[in-house]
Write a protein that binds this ligand. Structure first.
Ligand code: ATR
Length: 272
């Protein structure tokens, strides 16, 4: 049976094994998908060993995405531009590193009926999660992108590194005071993981704006609470993005795009 895995540290909480097994059942594809805990320093050697042992493919999660981009033999455009790999695709001579996070976000926003063509987008955060979604947002035809980050210099570095995708305005959070007119506000910070809510002005959203947190569950709640208080009616956490990025990876490995919505509905029913 072909073997697949998600690599991370910690990784026991990962929903990827469940999602991929469900996709496999739904598509009639037998597969063995496991979670493998891996320390960052072990990654390069283990990737070579996994290839030699015949692993069919893997997902990569925190904190290994940037390291994986440096350890792959070849990178897709999405992985090269974002400097992060979340999907390893098997090639004869080594791993092709890809990044399906951006495609997963865009697929979920479409599922939610959020219009991206012509949208003025505010992206909060300038770490690996933010970088991962920028190329796909431009590919989807957004009109403008502003990246706001606690450390403004990191937003500037992101804009510089990703300038081939499009023009990116940058600022620190304090410069958001009084800013307005954003059709879509994305939270890609890890502020809530450290127990802190972002202090954001209520002026930011345009009428009929949407808000989306790239994380899911409890971690997304502070940002979603801000969105509600700012009058944003359409807001969602990133569980759909997680399932959609998995569907994109599944398609690359197996040549079939599974029905992400069905698996998402199952996970929501279990209040994941
Ligand atoms: P990830 O891979 O999840 O993106 P990361 O690369 O460590 O993780 O990036 C974390 C992001 O969350 C950064 O944009 C970080 O801001 P800084 O660049 O200023 O560190 C942001 N972040 C983390 N904690 C935050 C907080 N308490 N308030 C605001 N932003 C925060």
């Amino acid at each position: 049976m072909p073997r697949f895995a998600v690599l991370g540290q910690p990784v026991a909480h990962s929903l990827s094994p469940r999602i991929h097994r469900r996709f496999g059942e739904a598509c009639g594809i037998a597969l063995d998908y496991r979670a493998i805990e891996l320390a960052p320093e072990a990654l390069p050697a283990r990737l070579a060993a996994f290839h030699a042992e015949g692993l069919g493919g893997a997902n990569v999660t925190l904190p290994l995405k940037e390291l994986a981009a440096r350890a792959c033999r070849e990178l897709s455009d999405a992985a090269r531009l974002s400097g992060a790999v979340n999907t390893l695709i098997r090639r004869e001579d080594g791993w092709l590193g890809d990044n399906t996070d951006g495609a997963g976000l865009v697929a979920d926003l479409r599922r939610l009926g959020v219009r991206l063509a012509g949208a003025r987008v505010l992206l909060l955060g300038a770490g690996g999660a933010a970088r991962g979604v920028v190329p796909a947002l431009f590919d989807a035809g957004i009109a403008s992108l502003t990246v706001a980050n606690r450390t403004a210099a990191r937003a500037e570095a992101l804009a510089h590194d990703l300038q081939s995708c499009g023009d990116i305005a940058t600022c620190g959070f304090e410069a958001l005071a009084g800013a307005d007119g954003f059709d879509l506000i994305l939270n890609a910070t890890s502020a809530a993981r450290s127990g802190r809510a972002l202090a954001l002005p209520a002026t930011l959203p345009a009428p009929d704006a949407a808000a989306y947190d790239l994380s899911y569950g409890e971690t997304a709640q502070p940002f979603l609470a801000w969105a509600a208080s700012a009058g944003i009616a359409r807001a969602a956490d990133g569980l759909g993005m997680l399932v959609e990025q998995a569907a994109e990876a599944f398609q690359r490995w197996h040549g079939v795009r599974p029905d992400a919505a069905a698996v998402l509905a199952e996970l929501r029913a279990e209040r994941v």
